[in-house]
Design a protein around this ligand. Structure first.
Ligand code: TYC
Length: 99
């Protein structure tokens, strides 16, 4: 079926709530605290104080939820984290989990 075809299912799905995905940030020993805060502000649009709180929580507990998004938004943010981390040579990772 071509991508442009609108199926009855699509119409029905649009009336339902979309599936939502938690983006979870993982701790590691090498990424700097400043870079994690930069990611939380730049990619996840957190205020600086909230970004610092989330970063410290992930640092202490090993992982933490950064936000809840639709599939496309969650996957895009994870790719953006991966791209920025690779550029700066940090091993920082984020994963997603259906709510
Ligand atoms: N644990 C890192 C450090 O001590 C900081 C850090 C926090 C790294 C959160 C990743 O998701 C992370 N420099």
């Amino acid at each position: 079926m071509s991508e442009g075809t609108i199926l009855k299912e699509d119409v029905k799905n649009e009336l339902k709530k979309p599936r939502m995905y938690k983006v979870i940030l993982l701790n590691d020993d090498y990424t700097t605290m400043d870079f994690v805060v930069e990611v939380l502000v730049g990619i996840f649009h957190k205020a600086a104080d909230e970004a610092t709180r989330i970063m410290l929580d992930v640092h202490e507990k090993g992982k933490g939820i950064v936000g809840v998004y639709t599939y496309d938004i969650a996957s895009t943010k994870i790719l953006q984290v991966e791209g920025l981390a690779r550029q700066r040579e940090f091993p920082l990772k984020a994963v997603m989990e259906e709510e």
